[in-house]
Design a protein around this ligand. Structure first.
Ligand SMILES: Cc1cc2nc3c(=O)[nH]c(=O)nc-3n(C[C@H](O)[C@H](O)[C@H](O)COP(=O)(O)OP(=O)(O)OC[C@H]3O[C@@H](n4cnc5c(N)ncnc54)[C@H](O)[C@@H]3O)c2cc1C
Length: 475
């Protein structure tokens, strides 16, 4: 395979996050020449992957940083439950099985792991944490890719893709046409495209455009340009554009790149009210890692797309404190005043909740028996009365992590056209996560999908180059 042609390349990888890097490294290891195009400048490279902390891995016995066991079946049941069955079992199990073996490959490329952090996400059994977080992970992959001879271009947003009869021909960047024998697209979802989000979420009954009040937790560069291009090219899609990983974050977070430190993790330790000081969902439904990703949508469905997470002094020390300090007051009336809520309604909501609490043995590491009775909505676990000053509150807004609308794939990560897999166009990461995640989320599975399908896509793209070489040799 040639390695020094500046206008044509064996494998073109579009994107510069985890999935793209896994694809580029794997294709290069298989002997292909690889060019990676990253839309962002070097300082902002790595997309949403640079904000991550861990990936979810199956394992049948304790392994390095992972405690106990997390067998395939349990991982699958977790995924089935959070997606409500809206998942492709074959592809999901493929990702789960390969999650068992990817860590040694990651280590080879400079990724280090560390034991799980403590806090409200109890993940030491299920998730392997990256030493230094996602930023260190992408930096390690870039270093390894450069050392292996992967060519990398920053500030190179692909704006057009040429596909003829289901075959990739070339991509366009800043007016330049780049040919390749095969291509892996790993350019994220469309979560950073505010116009598209607005269109996907539409208008609610109150005439509001909910998406106008969303913040984007990660990169500004995932504009969905390639997803749009593939819609234009007639590729097969999966998923609903309004489905996404959407978290309740601090309403004071910046529009882009607020990252992990703007997440509010104390929901299950208290109550959440809307701007009318009413509770609207069971805050203690399940463990926080299995529920945090539904709260963005829940807040998005509230008037004004705002909520308030309320705790009392007993909760302090039991969750990871967010970057902005919460409102703090010695009385509930005072707290309501600081939040701009009607004090009478707020005090009544808290009093009703407190009266409904049936306190057993509080245990935040188990689905405990502290629950409410006679309150709607019920709080089914960790229900302790809010009775110990000072009281704290965090304002919430929806923070979109990534969208689920994606390209339909098979086990080879091939893009499909009218049900037929392309022979040289592959896709990985957020651009196809919807095959596994029709809805819902369980922490760490985004990086599992990106790592597994990134490697598959890279291997298949390299194999497609070999195949073309063999066909030419016989022609
Ligand atoms: C704050 C935050 C925390 C998260 N924490 C976790 C976690 O701990 N564990 C987990 O599993 N998941 C986590 N996720 C989700 C995770 O980030 C994604 O599932 C995963 O990173 C997706 O990888 P990707 O490579 O598909 O996309 P990205 O990492 O977003 O990469 C997309 C890349 O494509 C580039 N790009 C976009 N358009 C173009 C174009 N037209 N041309 C060229 N390049 C383009 C972007 O610049 C970017 O480099 C988190 C996300 C956020 C935002």
């Amino acid at each position: 395979m040639s390695d020094n042609n500046s206008t044509a390349v064996d494998v073109l990888v579009i994107g510069g996050g985890n999935a793209a890097l896994c694809a580029a490294l794997t294709a290069r290891e298989a002997g292909a020449s690889v060019l990676l195009l990253e839309a962002a400048p070097r300082a902002w490279r790595g997309g949403n992957s640079s904000h991550t902390r861990n990936l979810r891995c199956m394992h049948d016995a304790p392994q390095d940083v992972l405690t106990e066991a997390y067998p395939e079946e349990e991982f699958w049941q977790d995924l089935r439950k959070v997606t409500g069955g809206n998942t492709n079992e074959r592809l999901a199990r493929l990702a789960i099985r390969q999650s068992a073996t990817c860590r040694s490959w990651m280590r080879k490329h400079g990724v280090h792991f560390q034991p799980s952090l403590s806090g409200t996400l109890q993940l030491s059994r299920t998730n392997a944490f990256f030493m230094g977080g996602g930023k260190a992970l992408v930096n390690a992959y870039y270093r390894s890719a450069e050392a292996l001879g992967v060519r990398i271009r920053y500030e190179s947003p692909v704006d057009r893709v040429e596909v003829v009869d289901g075959l990739f021909r070339a991509a366009w960047v800043n007016g330049e046409r780049i040919k390749a024998k095969s291509c892996v697209m790993a350019a994220g979802g469309f979560e950073s495209n505010r116009e598209w989000l607005r269109e996907a979420w539409g208008q609610n009954a109150d005439g509001e455009w909910p998406a106008d009040n969303f913040a984007i937790r990660g990169t500004r560069f995932n504009q969905g340009v390639l997803l749009k291009a593939m819609q234009g090219a007639g590729a097969d899609f999966i998923g609903d554009p309004s489905q996404s990983h959407c978290v309740a974050i601090d309403a004071r977070a910046p529009l882009y790149d607020g990252g992990i430190c703007t997440r509010i993790d104390c929901v299950s330790l208290g109550i959440v009210v809307n701007k009318f000081a009413r509770r609207f969902y069971d805050e203690g439904e399940d463990f926080w890692p299995k529920r945090y990703a539904i709260w963005g949508r829940l807040v998005a469905q509230q008037p004004g797309q705002v909520g308030y997470s309320i705790i009392d002094a007993k909760a302090i020390g039991h969750f990871m404190p967010p970057v902005f300090p919460g409102a703090r007051a010695n009385t509930l009336e005072e707290l309501a005043g600081q939040l701009g809520l009607d004090a009478t309604d707020f005090v009544r909501t808290v009093a009703d909740y407190n009266a409904g609490c049936r306190v057993g043995t509080f245990d935040h590491t188990a689905l405990d028996d502290c629950h409410t009775a006679g309150v709607t909505p019920a709080k089914t676990h960790w229900a302790l009365p809010l009775d110990t000053a000072p009281y704290y509150a965090y304002p919430l807004k929806p923070g979109i992590t990534f969208t689920y609308l994606g390209l339909k794939v098979n086990e080879e990560a091939a893009v499909h056209f009218a049900g037929q897999p392309s022979r040289n166009l592959f896709v990985a990461g957020e651009m196809m996560a919807g095959n596994v995640l029709g809805q819902g989320y369980t922490a760490g599975v985004g990086m599992t999908i990106g790592t597994v399908f990134g490697r598959i896509a890279g291997a298949q793209a390299a194999a497609a180059v070999m195949q073309q070489g063999a066909e030419h040799a016989h022609a």
